[in-house]
Design a protein around this ligand. Structure first.
Ligand SMILES: Cc1ncc(COP(=O)(O)O)c(C=O)c1O
Ligand SMILES: N[C@@H](CCCC[NH3+])C(=O)O
Length: 415
C-alpha cells in the first residue's frame, strides 16, 4: 500500500503527510508515484494474454506530473478535448497511443488530433462522422475511427455516471449501429478500424461489462457479414474502486471475466480506465479550521470545500476521512466535515466519528480521481497545490494558485 501509518502517522510512501502539510499548507492533493505505477501495471499485466493498449482516462486526473509517470510506463491516453491532448503531449505521451472520446469534438480539435497522428477517434453520431471526414479530406489524410456504441446495459452505478443506457446521451443507439457503420465506411476521409463502448463509472461487478461485451461481439459478427472488418475493440473504462465497503473486481478479475470472449475475437484490445488507476493513488489533505458543535449537529469547518472536491456534494459520494496524526482515543463525536462555502451542499463527509481539535490535519482518501480536475474557484478560493511523492522525495507538480492568478484575465471597464 502506498498510504500507510508509520509510527501512527499516515505516510505517502516514505514521506509523512504531516510533514508535507507543514511544508506546503492545505488544502493539498498528494499523489503516490508507486501507487500510480502499480495500478497501471495491474491492468497491463492482466491483459497480457492479448495484444492490448491501456489508455489512462485523462479526465480522471490530468496533472502533467501524473500523466508523465504513466507515459514513462508506455501508457496510452483516452482524451475528450484538445486541451487534454495538449496536456498528454506536454507530459511526454505518445500521440500514436491516444484515443479521442467525447460526443462533440470541434473541427479545430479534430485537425489538432489528425496532425499529431492519434490512434483513433471514438465517434458517436452521423454528424460527427461527417465532420471528421470533412477535416480529414481537407488535410488529405484518412482519419481512423471507431464507433462508440450504446449497448443498453445497466451499469448499476450512480445515475449521473451511468452512460450505457439508451436514454443516456452517449454512443450510437444499438438500433442504428449498422446503418451508421455503413455510412462511415462510405466516407472517403475515414478508415473504419474499431468498435468502442463505455457503459459507466465506478462499476463494482463484472457482469455489466460481460453483458456489454456479449452485445458488442454480436455487432462485430454482423458487421463482418456486411463486409466491415474491424481491427480493434475498445472496452472503455469504468472499473470501480473501494471508497468504503465496496468490493470491486481487481483488474485481474476484470480481465479474466472478459478473457474467453476477447480471446476468440482476435482483435487488439484498447481500454480506458481512469478511476481504478488514480483514485487510490491520491489523497486530499485538509486542516480543521474551527469547531462548531451545536445541540443538533456538530460541525467541523475544514479548509477544503466543495470547490476542492465536489464528489460528495454532486453524487453524495462517501469518501473516507481520517486523521493524519495517530488517531486520538478520547472525546470522539459525530462530526459533519463542512467547507466554508455558502452552500448547504458544501460538505466532504457527514456524521463521521472522530476526535477533533482545531489545527488537526485530515486526509480524504481515494481523492486521486475526479478530485482536483473537478475543482473550481467558487467563492474566489484559489485551487489547491498538488504534490507527487516518489519514495522519500516529494515534488510540487502544481503550485498553489494565488489570488492574482484568479483575476489576471479579468479587467475593469474603461473610465
Ligand atoms: C469514454 C470514457 N472512457 C473512460 C472513462 C473513465 O472511466 P473510469 O474513471 O470510471 O474508469 C470515462 C468516464 O467515465 C468515459 O466517459
Ligand atoms: N466525475 C465522476 C465520474 C465521471 C466519469 C466521467 N465519464 C465521479 O467522480 O465519480
Amino acid at each position: 500500500m502506498s498510504f500507510e501509518r508509520i509510527a501512527g502517522v499516515l505516510h505517502a510512501e516514505q514521506v509523512s503527510l504531516a510533514e508535507i502539510a507543514k511544508a506546503h499548507g492545505t488544502p493539498l492533493y498528494v499523489y503516490s508515484r508507486a501507487a500510480l505505477e502499480r495500478h497501471y501495471t495491474a491492468f497491463d499485466e492482466a491483459f497480457a494474454f492479448i495484444d492490448h493498449q491501456v489508455c489512462f482516462a485523462v479526465k480522471a486526473n490530468s496533472n502533467i506530473g501524473v500523466l508523465n509517470v504513466l507515459a514513462r510506463l508506455g501508457a496510452g491516453f483516452d482524451i475528450v478535448s484538445g486541451g487534454e491532448l495538449a496536456r498528454v503531449l506536454a507530459a511526454g505521451g505518445n500521440p500514436a497511443k491516444v484515443v479521442f472520446s467525447g460526443l462533440g469534438k470541434t473541427e479545430a480539435e479534430i485537425e489538432q488530433a489528425l496532425k499529431v497522428g492519434i490512434a483513433c477517434f471514438n465517434v458517436e453520431s452521423y454528424a460527427e462522422l461527417a465532420r471528421i471526414d470533412r477535416v480529414a479530406q481537407r488535410l488529405g489524410v484518412k482519419a481512423p475511427v471507431s464507433l462508440r456504441v450504446n449497448p443498453d446495459v445497466d451499469a448499476q452505478t450512480h445515475p449521473y455516471i451511468s452512460t450505457g443506457l439508451k436514454e443516456n446521451k452517449f454512443g450510437v443507439p444499438s438500433d442504428t449501429v449498422y446503418d451508421t457503420y455503413q455510412y462511415a465506411a462510405s466516407l472517403q476521409g475515414l478508415d473504419v478500424v474499431g468498435i468502442d463502448c463505455h457503459i459507466g463509472s465506478q462499476l463494482t461487478t463484472t457482469q455489466p461489462f460481460v453483458d456489454a461485451l456479449d452485445k458488442i461481439i454480436q455487432m462485430i459478427e454482423q458487421l463482418k457479414a456486411q463486409g466491415i472488418h474491424l481491427k480493434h475493440i475498445d472496452i472503455g473504462g469504468g472499473l470501480g474502486v473501494r471508497y468504503n465497503d465496496e468490493t470491486p473486481p481487481t483488474p485481474a478479475e476484470y480481465a479474466k471475466s472478459l478473457q474467453p470472449a476477447l480471446s476468440k475475437l482476435g482483435l487488439k484490445v484498447y481500454m480506458e480506465p481512469g478511476r481504478a488507476i488514480s483514485a487510490n493513488a491520491g489523497v486530499l489533505l485538509t486542516t480543521v479550521d474551527l469547531l462548531k458543535p451545536t445541540a443538533h449537529r456538530n460541525f467541523a469547518v475544514i479548509d477544503a470545500a466543495m470547490n476542492d472536491l465536489i464528489r460528495p456534494s454532486l453524487y453524495q459520494a462517501w469518501m473516507n476521512i481520517v486523521p493524519v496524526a495517530a488517531p486520538r482515543e478520547q472525546d470522539s463525536k459525530q462530526w459533519d466535515l463542512v467547507g466554508s462555502i455558502c452552500e448547504t451542499g458544501d460538505f466532504l463527509g457527514k456524521e463521521r466519528e472522530l476526535s477533533l481539535q482545531e489545527g488537526d490535519v485530515l486526509a480524504v482518501m481515494g481523492a486521486g480521481a475526479y478530485g482536483f480536475v473537478m475543482s473550481s474557484n467558487y467563492n474566489t478560493r484559489p485551487r489547491a497545490a498538488e504534490i507527487m511523492v516518489d519514495g522519500s522525495n516529494m515534488h510540487v507538480v502544481r503550485q498553489r494558485e494565488t489570488l492574482q492568478d484568479l483575476w489576471q484575465l479579468e479587467s475593469c471597464l474603461p473610465e
